[in-house]
Design a binder for this molecule. Structure first.
Ligand SMILES: [Cu+2]
Length: 196
């Protein structure tokens, strides 16, 4: 990496997804010139105005780089994909959308392998939907409330709420295990939409 500006893992400007923080670029430059990380930090903290402006940002970048944090831009790193947190996404209705139909079809997508209710295979689960209902104790089994809290225990990935009233609504999707206890850490997604 001599002379290079290789993007160090974790060196991303949180204010600009995809952009490299200026202080990170500077750190990369110093490291590329074969200064040790500690020497680079000492040098920057003593003399560089960038460090005085964004010390926490630089320190975060330096620590992540030193610890070999997961890369966000290197698609060849299979390990980071394997350890990624499971996610669920409410594909439809889209967040902030307006629905003409009273029957609202909810379409879900998740990285969690779906199993039917009762199947206790580790790291699998089934979908649950909260329509205008708040999440309860996430360590306890999810209750069933007709028209409000729905279990998709058959392993399906879509569900239609019928005759939803006009106005603003919120749907929360939660993936829970075979005993209906939410996975930990929670695998959730939320959208709000308007029925016209
Ligand atoms: Cu359930």
């Amino acid at each position: 990496m001599v002379g290079g500006r290789r993007i160090l893992p974790g060196c991303r400007d949180p204010r600009k997804p995809g952009a490299t923080a200026p202080s990170c670029v500077y750190l990369q430059f110093l490291v590329a010139d074969n200064l040790s990380l500690r020497a680079a930090l000492r040098h920057i903290s003593n003399s560089d105005p960038i460090m005085k402006i964004t010390p926490s940002l630089l320190l975060t970048c330096a620590l992540v780089a030193a610890c070999g944090g997961p890369s966000q831009d290197d698609g060849s790193n299979g390990a980071s994909a394997a350890t990624a947190q499971p996610t669920v996404t409410i594909v439809s209705p889209a967040d902030g959308s307006f629905q003409e139909e009273k029957d609202v079809e909810v379409v879900l997508r998740t990285t969690v392998p779906i199993a039917k209710a009762g199947d206790m295979t580790p790291d699998t689960g089934h979908h649950h939907l909260y329509l205008d209902a708040d999440l309860g104790d996430m360590t306890q089994p999810i209750p069933s409330v007709p028209g409000s809290i729905v279990h998709m225990g058959d392993g399906s990935q879509s569900y239609t709420f019928e005759n939803v009233g006009s106005g603003t609504h919120r749907i929360i999707a939660v993936v829970a295990d075979g005993a209906h206890v939410p996975l930990q850490p929670p695998v959730v997604d939320t959208v709000e939409f308007v029925v016209e």
